[in-house]
Ligand binder design. Structure first.
Ligand SMILES: C[S@@+](CC[C@H](N)C(=O)[O-])C[C@H]1O[C@@H](n2cnc3c(N)ncnc32)[C@H](O)[C@@H]1O
Length: 203
């Protein structure tokens, strides 16, 4: 579908096999805490999967847009929204994170749980431009990523923390980050949560 086709094929295969170990009933505690601490607003979920964060936030008064490049993920998310009676508050789009020109306006919260971290560098740069455009001045970009080491870029599986922080050095302030490890299925990796605040002047 895009420049990163091997990634697409690998992830799509997982959805086709219903082997989606990151999917749980609730979004991560960091998302629950954000919802607890903020008034409802407009949220964009990049790489939304089956839409667990969108559905949770929509159920708490938010208006949510989710984007994923795997059609079966988007179809599953839409079906869950209908079943939960939330389809009036949440929209799911089959789209690539590098092709988001169809999204208009800005979002109070832009969320990424596990999408950016596996993208090639050229995609990361385009992605960061879109996040800059789509996050409301003063709004928050909340990111969860598995973190790689400093291997050569073409051998790395996950984004590194310096690359990640460099992508958002312009137009955002890193207000907080928490590092740890994350286990998905049988694998464990270093990982981090990053709370990035969009500049109030939108520059
Ligand atoms: C680890 S899963 C997490 C899904 C969801 N955020 C969650 O927490 O349940 C990452 C998701 O990002 C999507 N994704 C990866 N690369 C993408 C791209 N270039 N454009 C759109 N979606 C992408 C995958 O299809 C997958 O659903």
């Amino acid at each position: 579908m895009t420049a990163s086709e091997p990634l697409y094929d690998r992830i799509r295969q997982r959805y086709l096999e219903h082997n989606v170990p990151w999917d749980h009933a609730l979004p991560p505690p960091e998302v629950l805490a954000f919802a607890e601490a903020h008034q409802p607003g407009r949220m964009l979920d990049l790489g939304c999967g089956y839409g667990r964060a969108d559905l949770y936030l929509a159920n708490h008064g938010w208006r949510c847009d989710g984007v994923d490049f795997v059609p079966e993920a988007v179809q599953g998310a839409q079906a869950r929204a209908v079943a939960a009676g939330l389809s009036g508050r949440v929209r799911f789009f089959h789209a690539d994170i590098v092709a988001l020109d169809f999204l208009k306006g800005t979002y109070d919260l832009v969320l990424d749980v596990g999408c950016l971290h596996s993208q090639p560098q050229a995609v990361c740069e385009r992605y960061a431009e879109q996040v800059r455009r789509l996050t409301r001045p003063g709004g928050v970009f909340l990111l969860f990523a598995h973190l790689g080491d400093d291997q050569a870029p073409d051998q790395r599986r996950w984004i590194t923390q310096p690359v990640l922080e460099g992508l958002f050095a312009d137009g955002f302030t890193l207000e907080r980050h928490e590092l740890g490890t994350t286990t998905v299925g049988e694998d464990t990796w270093p990982s981090g949560w990053f709370w990035l605040r969009r500049s109030a002047d939108g520059l």
